[in-house]
Design a protein around this ligand. Structure first.
Ligand code: FDA
Length: 393
């Protein structure tokens, strides 16, 4: 079989790239080894797909080369994707912080992308693996389950390593290395932390399912304000997932459990106004009763406020306002939303997504060393990079 473009990976970036290139008149073969296209889209956003973010900007992305994402993000913006979603009549809403979700189901987004592929004439082959890729005259030759294929342009859209049960594989990195690319070390991002320190672990287990609504979580100079969630294994929730992308093993994280209060002033005031109130009762007004009880038991000795010295009250304020802990690790690729690292963007054109090592080879989406914050940014990168490559592939 001979075609103009082969796209490997029918996820977010691959689908966008395939129908955009086909709409330009290119013959496009889209291959995926999974039995379904866009499995991560279906799972995303708790089944409602947080498909973009109103406030997308380059600062929302991590990369060894922070400038790389700028061009593609500017040429296919959140407004372009919103226009596509609106054109297909997919109902959506802003949940919070500019995050756009489907009103109904994530399958609305996948159906829209598949519809665009069908209209543009993309040849989609599922359950099709690629055995070998070689350079051929003016392009590439692939050996696939569907037989040999030659093409002028080859787009690698195979994503990262997160959630292997959804089809993730290291294939894209393998192809990159084969054609002389550097692959930067990969690690799980947007992922819950595990805690093994016995006392803290037992507190997390006891509080599993409890969230603290408004926290400031910091790590390596980055701070996020959102809720945190205790789990059986440690800590999760949006603020934790966000800092996890900046965390390296051994690093401490700091959590302000009450950023809306000036804690030492507030404790002083409470001590003056109701000196006989127990600390545990006071904490019960700020956290769930169970959490207040556990904090009073694990962190402090609960007694009436008047019995604390001024220094002890300062220590309590510091503990609640700057809880410092060193996670044992993360839950890894099993639950991570994204993979940090990947194909080094220094060897890829930021305008076309084309390899600077091997003409006609393109990389789009998560396989590249570009990782978004939580909140719809990773899909926006998939749409933007897929669109950019499609203009040239
Ligand atoms: P993606 O992983 O989507 O697609 C890669 C495709 O390549 C897959 O279809 C896979 O089967 C295929 N493939 C892999 N190896 C292959 C091989 N060897 N041969 C053939 N095919 C192969 N982001 C966001 O912005 N908003 C959100 O709400 C969420 N929610 C979310 C929830 C969960 C549970 C996860 C795991 C992730 C998210 N994300 C997210 C992140 C988002 O899903 C992710 O960044 C994009 O799907 C990346 O798009 P890609 O197309 O690059 O890879």
């Amino acid at each position: 079989m001979q075609t103009d473009v082969v796209v490997i990976g029918a996820g977010a970036a691959g689908l966008m790239c395939a129908f955009t290139a086909a709409a330009r008149g290119r013959r496009v073969l889209l291959i995926d080894h999974a039995n379904k296209a866009g499995k991560k889209i279906l799972m995303s956003g708790g089944g409602r797909c947080n498909f973009t973010n109103l406030y997308t900007e380059p600062a929302n992305f991590l990369s060894g080369n922070p400038h790389f994402c700028k061009s593609a993000l500017a040429r296919y913006t959140q407004w372009d994707f919103i226009e596509l979603v609106s054109r297909h009549g997919v109902p959506y809403h802003e949940k919070k912080l500019g995050q756009l979700f489907c009103d109904n189901k994530a399958s609305d987004i996948l159906a829209m992308l598949l519809d665009e592929c069908e209209q543009a004439g993309v040849d989609l082959r599922l359950e099709t693996a690629v055995q070998t890729i070689d350079k051929a005259d003016g392009g590439y030759q692939l050996l696939t389950d569907a037989g040999p294929v030659t093409c002028q342009s080859l787009v690698i859209a195979t994503g990262g390593l997160s959630i292997p049960t959804l089809g993730a594989s290291g294939f894209g990195y393998q192809v990159a290395r084969q054609f002389g690319h550097t692959v930067l070390p990969t690690r799980a991002g947007l992922v819950p932390f595990t805690i093994t320190e016995p006392q803290l672990k037992s507190m997390c287990e006891a509080l599993s399912g409890t969230s603290v609504e408004d926290c400031l979580v910091s790590c390596n100079g980055q701070t996020f304000r959102e809720n945190i969630l205790f789990t059986h294994r440690g800590l999760s929730g949006p603020a934790i997932l966000q800092v996890s992308s900046y965390w390296e093993p051994g690093d401490a994280i700091e959590i302000n459990l009450l950023p809306h209060l000036n804690l030492s002033e507030w404790l002083d005031e409470q001590c003056r106004e109701r000196p006989n109130t127990e600390l545990k009762t006071l904490l019960g007004e700020l956290f769930t009763r169970k959490m207040a009880g556990l904090l009073a038991e694990h962190w402090f000795v609960s007694k009436p406020l008047k019995q604390y010295s001024a220094n002890e009250l300062i220590e309590i304020a510091e503990q609640l306002g700057c809880w410092r802990l060193v996670p044992a690790g993360t839950e890894g690729y099993r639950t991570a939303e994204v993979t940090l690292g990947g194909v080094d963007t220094k060897e890829v054109s930021s305008k076309t997504m084309e390899s600077q090592k091997s003409p006609g080879l393109y990389f789009v989406g998560e396989v590249l060393d570009v990782t978004g914050h939580l909140g719809g940014f990773n899909f926006q990168w998939a749409w933007a990079s897929g669109y950019a490559a499609a203009q040239y592939a």
